[in-house]
Design a protein around this ligand. Structure first.
Ligand SMILES: C[S@@+](CC[C@H](N)C(=O)[O-])C[C@H]1O[C@@H](n2cnc3c(N)ncnc32)[C@H](O)[C@@H]1O
Length: 387
């Protein structure tokens, strides 16, 4: 294998020069030899690694009993090389998509853990799905999750098998606040139970996140940063370095106010747009409680954004879901009046596509990748743009 490429795929070339892309259930070091199942297409091959023949000496034992089978993480066994392997993967993406650009890499601290995990209950077992499959891998502990979530897994399994929680097969989300402590379980219908020493009880109380930018509350099952304290520190110091400030902050795809809380004091006014009505309600309450009142709109960003949004001392911050920005919104943003923009994207390929769509009106000023999702191939890309 030559290297880990974007998407967590192992990249190699066949003897005849054809490209080979292999799904890897574990970290992959350049130079390793593997046995793989390959399906050849017209110009390249795709497949998956079945086993390692020659391993890199830096490979470290995985701290997880289901490493390599569970689809939740792909970078177990990378050990202390994980930040560098991941940096090379992002470098590969930026180089191919954006050419020669300068960018900064922000590796995750070792203590970063997930505060939100999605599990599948098939009527008999609780676990994660294998990568690109619906095959269930039962789990009774998850070292990638915050300790209270991992410890709650057997309690959830018992409650589901014993009928104390709805037994029909479905997806469950386990979540905890910051600092990690109380655990909630939310089913597909949005019903929530809180874990107490004597079992699970129905409880719709919010999850509380005590972060450097201030305390935020949100409904269980709603979007929030997966690793909240690390995300808050990483974005906080990056946007401080970029000297992000101005008159009005347009926090688009604003959720419950994470960025408005983090940056709000550096702007005279704040406008938040988010499609989830419940999230908008929480954003309004959160920002008022922090003394940062904002105009909060429950709307589709693409519909809400006018043709010439903002003035030269305003900032537009966009943090869309994985699919990125709709083409029509990129077109409208070409004519925006704001002087600066921050684009955040958790899918690097969609993020690079959107940067290109925003040109030529918006020029790239600074680019970073934050490892907000350690042990996986996912990263958060962040760009500062100016007109
Ligand atoms: C990646 S999350 C970011 C949330 C927030 N910025 C944060 O950091 O917590 C994307 C958010 O966009 C919202 N969303 C999805 N599609 C939307 C749309 N078309 N218009 C407005 N908001 C949308 C989701 O509900 C979610 O809260």
């Amino acid at each position: 294998m030559e290297r880990l490429a974007w998407g967590g795929l192992g990249l190699a070339h066949a003897d005849d020069g054809r490209l080979l892309l292999l799904e890897s259930p574990l970290a992959l070091f350049p130079g390793e030899t593997v046995e793989a199942e390959v399906h050849w297409k017209a110009r390249h091959g795709e497949g998956r690694i079945l086993r390692w023949i020659g391993k890199d000496g830096r490979r470290a034992p995985a701290d997880c009993p289901v490493a390599g089978r569970c689809g939740g993480c792909e970078l177990w066994e990378a050990g202390s090389c994980a930040p560098e392997l991941k940096r090379q993967m992002v470098a590969d993406l930026f180089h191919r998509q954006l050419g020669e650009v300068a960018w900064n890499w922000h590796p995750a601290p070792p203590e970063a853990r997930r505060h939100r995990i999605q599990l599948h209950w098939d009527g008999a077992a609780l676990g994660y799905h294998q990568r690109n499959s619906h095959v269930l891998v039962p789990v009774s502990a998850c070292p990638a999750a915050a300790a209270p979530l991992s410890e709650a897994l057997p309690r959830l399994q018992d409650a589901l098998s014993g009928g104390a929680l709805p037994a029909r097969p479905q997806r469950w989300e386990l979540a905890t606040g910051t600092p990690a402590g109380e655990v909630t379980a939310t089913d597909e219908r949005g019903r929530t139970w809180r874990l107490a020493p004597d079992g699970w009880s129905r409880d719709e109380a919010p999850i509380v996140q005590q972060l450097p930018g201030g305390t935020l509350r949100h409904g269980p099952g709603a979007f929030f940063q997966v690793s909240p304290a690390w995300a808050s520190r990483a974005f906080g110091s990056l946007l401080e370095t970029w000297e992000v400030r101005g008159a009005t902050l347009y926090d688009l795809y604003g959720g419950v106010g994470f960025f408005s809380a983090l940056l709000g004091r550096r702007f005279a006014e704040r406008v938040l747009v988010e499609s989830g009505e419940a999230a908008v309600g929480w954003a309004r309450l959160n920002l008022e409680a922090l003394g940062l009142p904002a105009q909060c709109h429950a709307a589709d960003v693409a519909d809400w954004v006018p043709e010439a949004l903002g003035h030269s001392d305003d900032l537009i911050l966009l943090d869309p879901p994985r699919a990125g920005l709709p083409p029509d919104l990129c077109r409208k943003l070409q004519g925006a009046g704001a002087g600066a923009m921050v684009l955040v994207g958790c899918d690097g390929a969609a993020f690079c596509r959107d940067l290109k769509r925003l040109e030529p009106a918006w020029k790239l000023k600074a680019l970073s990748a934050l490892d907000l999702f350690p042990l996986t191939h996912h990263v958060e890309c962040v760009a500062l743009l100016a007109r």
